[in-house]
Design a protein around this ligand. Structure first.
Ligand code: NAD
Ligand code: DAU
Length: 350
């Protein structure tokens, strides 16, 4: 099958391409990505010459780019990950989130509908979304597929908008869509603006670790490889029009996960006392509209598609930390340009 993976040069997209080529060597993958600050082809170095992998530099905001890629590769299915994905940036520059996440998804749906018109129901369109569309939880309860959408940030509102469009193309035109809503991912190739890679980087460089507010916000962390496995299963086994929540049943308060990673790094880097990574923890002004708690009820995908996370948090986070320690050149490269300006605006001018 010829599958377009949008956002394949980003964090989850590159992990997905690497695992997909290994698990489905017969498929042809077209990585459609415009290479924003978050997209990096170095993530895919090991497969760049693979005969069943192609990179297409295209922008979802430009319908002609999508049409040209569909035409060139005769695309038969789509897994849509490309997005502006960072909440803090959506607070600083919401416009890009509306253009890529909503208008871009609309452009992709329209092109696919036009291209597959006579056999629309035969071509799978899997849309990768987030648990943030459901808003924020109190101390108890879980997000279920039936939980009403209540997005609170420009990012989550733009993802909610894209989910609604995908849903509408199933109901109105009979497109063969699937939506997955996943919790916080961690793992190799995550851009160091997100909490876990940022804190590993700052520990290595002995810079302050910014913890928003009092650090009591809770996230449900899933290893990226388990997310990729869930996407693969949903792509192959789910019925059209279905939505699935994906999560690790692995809730952590931010301050606890920060301290846990600091302890691990202290051991690895031989730091203690005044030199301990714990000493770098710095409470800073809270994120505006900061959601308190996310937690996923993943029983639907567990029961209907037999998905289970394979990696315990202990193993996943060790693999992740070790990966960052071993790939300092990658970290230096992706943070050498635009990141510097963003970092000053986000952390040093507040
Ligand atoms: P990322 O920011 O690491 O990567 C996004 C990719 O999309 C980049 O390669 C970028 O170049 C590309 N892109 C952005 N705008 C584009 C455009 N206009 N045209 C073409 N390509 C464009 O994101 P990620 O963390 O890998 O997330 C991937 C998807 O998964 C997103 O849709 C996100 O909402 C969703 N998601 C992420 C998480 C998470 O914890 N990271 C959790 C649940 C869902
Ligand atoms: O829940 C899924 C979502 O998870 C995805 O849809 C998003 O694409 C992804 O970015 C992530 O969103 P979060 O806002 O939860 O992730 P982030 O890593 O930015 O922040 C995690 C928590 O840590 C959050 O409560 C904010 C806090 N935080 C974050 C940063 C960057 C800090 O305390 N300090 C920081 O410097």
């Amino acid at each position: 099958m010829k599958i377009m993976i949008t956002g394949g040069a980003g964090f989850i997209g590159s992990n997905l391409i690497l695992s997909w080529l290994e698990n489905h060597p017969e498929d042809i993958l077209v990585n459609f990505d415009c290479l924003t600050y978050a997209g990096n082809l170095a993530n895919l170095k090991e497969i760049e010459n693979h005969s069943n992998y192609h990179f297409y530099k295209g922008d979802l905001r430009l319908p002609k780019d999508i049409e040209a890629a569909f035409e060139k590769y005769q695309i038969e299915a789509v897994i849509h990950l490309a997005a502006e994905s960072h909440v803090d940036r959506s607070i600083l520059t919401p416009d890009q989130f509306i253009q890529t996440n909503i208008v871009g998804t609309f452009n992709l749906l329209e092109t696919a509908k036009h291209f597959w018109q006579t056999e629309l129901s035969k071509h799978r369109f899997l849309h990768v979304s987030t648990d943030e569309v459901y808003g924020s939880l109190g101390e108890s309860g879980y997000f279920q597929e039936t939980t009403p959408y209540r997005p609170n940030s420009p990012y989550s509102a733009s993802k909610a908008g894209s989910d609604h469009l995908v849903r509408a193309y199933y109901h109105t035109y009979g497109m063969n869509t699937i939506i997955t809503n996943c919790s916080n991912n961690y793992g190799p190739y995550q851009f160091p603006e997100k909490l876990i890679p940022l804190l590993i980087k700052n520990c290595m460089e002995q810079k302050p670790i910014p913890v928003y507010g009092n650090g009591s916000n809770i996230r449900d962390w899933l290893y990226v490889k388990d997310h990729c496995c869930a996407i693969d299963l949903a792509f192959h086994k789910a019925s059209a029009g279905e939505t699935y929540n994906i999560g690790g049943l692995n809730e952590w308060k931010n301050i606890d996960i920060v301290r846990y990673i600091c302890r691990y790094l202290d051991e690895k880097l031989n730091r203690s006392g005044d030199n301990s990574c714990q000493q770098l923890i710095t409470f800073v002004k809270d994120r505006p509209g900061h959601d308190q708690r996310y937690a996923i009820d993943a029983s639907k995908i567990q029961q209907t598609l037999s998905w289970q996370p394979e990696f315990s948090f202990e193993i996943g986070i060790q693999e992740t930390i070790n990966w960052y320690l071993d790939h300092q050149a990658w970290v230096a490269q992706v943070t050498s340009g635009e990141y510097q300006k963003y970092y000053i605006q986000q952390y040093e001018k507040r």
